[in-house]
Design a protein around this ligand. Structure first.
Ligand code: F6R
Length: 242
């Protein structure tokens, strides 16, 4: 794995946005795997700025998102559809038909997982997969467990993930307990992986991911087996690296 240690969140965002831009410029029809959460927001802001300057064109780019809450429709303010529209898609020239997220409102869980696996297959290879890191080592919503789950699945979110996500919900709003997520095999099949990590609160888990044993108890540790992972992490996140 290649690790870029940068000073702060802003530098992390700029570096990661540069890596994504390079891919899009070199391959305008590329497939980019996208993440939500607070970490990538600065990256999306930077990409929007470069798009507005005329340096980037998303008209042929295809995107596939990692996950979506079960039970939230795309207009719900906490849904990942809404997040992506608000923080990225509405500000650049992605074609709607080229963007993909799991359907949180699907009644039939198995059918939705099959559909999303098929979407991933039909896209061919993911050229670049952007990942954030959960405090418990999750990537997408592949939560710690006894084994890795390969394909898209519906997962019961761990207490710590629900707790971490609760900051984004308003008082009284029901916080979803389940989510659809891309599986580990789909993530690992991406040609290149870009993991972004910010803040001291992620320092312990980042060290485990990079230097600990590969185990489904720390899902992101499996990235050690991928041959093209770039980690961009700020000082706080790197403060416990052995
Ligand atoms: C979101 C996702 C999650 C987040 C992770 C970190 O699409 O896949 O794995 O990347 O929960 O979230 P933040 O960036 O909010 O700390």
């Amino acid at each position: 794995m290649k690790l870029y240690q940068v000073n702060d969140y802003q530098e992390m965002s700029r570096k990661a946005a540069n890596i994504i831009s390079a891919k899009i410029i070199l391959k305008p029809q590329c497939v980019i795997g996208l993440a939500t959460g607070s970490t990538p927001i600065g990256i999306y802001k930077q990409l929007i700025e470069w798009y507005k300057k005329g340096d980037l064109d998303f008209s042929e780019v295809k995107s596939i998102n990692l996950d979506e809450y079960k039970g939230l429709d795309e207009n719900h303010k906490q849904s990942y559809h809404y997040f992506m529209n608000k923080n990225f898609f509405y500000h650049v020239n992605f074609k709607k038909e080229n963007t993909n997220l799991p359907n949180g409102m699907a009644d039939n869980i198995d059918a939705e997982c099959d559909r999303y696996n098929q979407v991933i297959t039909n896209l061919g290879e993911i050229d670049l997969q952007l990942l954030g890191l959960g405090h418990n080592g999750h990537i997408g919503f592949n939560e710690p467990g006894e084994e890795y789950k390969n394909g898209t699945h519906c997962v019961a979110l761990s207490e710590s993930t629900i707790e971490a996500n609760s900051r984004l919900f308003e008082e009284g709003e029901v916080i979803p307990k389940y989510a659809f997520t891309m599986g580990i095999r789909s993530i690992l099949k991406a040609k290149k992986i870009l993991l972004v990590v910010s803040g001291k609160d992620k320092a312990d888990i980042l060290n485990q991911v990079l230097n600990g044993p590969v185990t489904p108890k720390v899902p992101a540790s499996i990235l050690q087996f991928h041959n093209d992972v770039t980690v961009v992490a700020d000082k706080g996140a790197c403060s416990k690296i052995n």
